[in-house]
Design a protein around this ligand. Sequence first.
Ligand code: DX5
Ligand code: ZN
Length: 217
Amino acid sequence: MKLAPSILSCDFGRLAEEVAAAHESGADWIHVDVMDGHFVPNLTLGPAITAAARKATRLTLDVHLMIEAPDRYLAAFAEAGADVLTVHHEACPHLHRTLQVIRELGLKAGVALNPATPVEAVRDVLDLTDLVLVMSVNPGFGGQAFIPASTGKVRRARSLLDAAGSPAELEVDGGVDAGNAAALAAAGATVLVAGSAVFGHPGGARGGIRALRQALG
Ligand code: DX5
Ligand code: ZN
């Protein structure tokens, strides 16, 4: 199981140290939550902070674009050092073309699904999809409660990927913690994003990652 701490919950005044702490504690990827105040109600960060995270670690930078018309910014995030660029199905009328562009930039292409979007939404673009992200909260804020129906949705996404012979990563994002991590692993997830469970842990990133690893067994 890959763990992808979300820097949304870190202390931005100490970004480089927080990223380094996650890296040294055994994080596999660093998750970067980009919000535009339109697709989601919150505003967060952009290419400049992504570039700062890039300087702080060699780990895969997993950039989650919760923005309208993401095509406008794909090249900027590639330039900033993203490795994976994930766009929302709900924000992309021409998703097939958007995924093609991400791959042409030399990056891995991800598709995120809001809680109300069925897993079948990715079926016809699987040949261009390196990662499917199942949102287990409504995107927009860290620290929200995990939506219980998401576990079944991860299972359905796993079946869809396996039936198609797709090697895509299956990522879960939102409300992931030591209490649900093992069930998500059993459902077929390969990457768990965690913001508050890592950077908000009383033991910091090290304590948070250790707790998640323990729960995963
Ligand atoms: C939600 C973001 C998530 C979020 C995860 O809109 O996409 O990545 O920050 O944070 P937690 O783990 O606190 O739910
Ligand atoms: Zn995210």
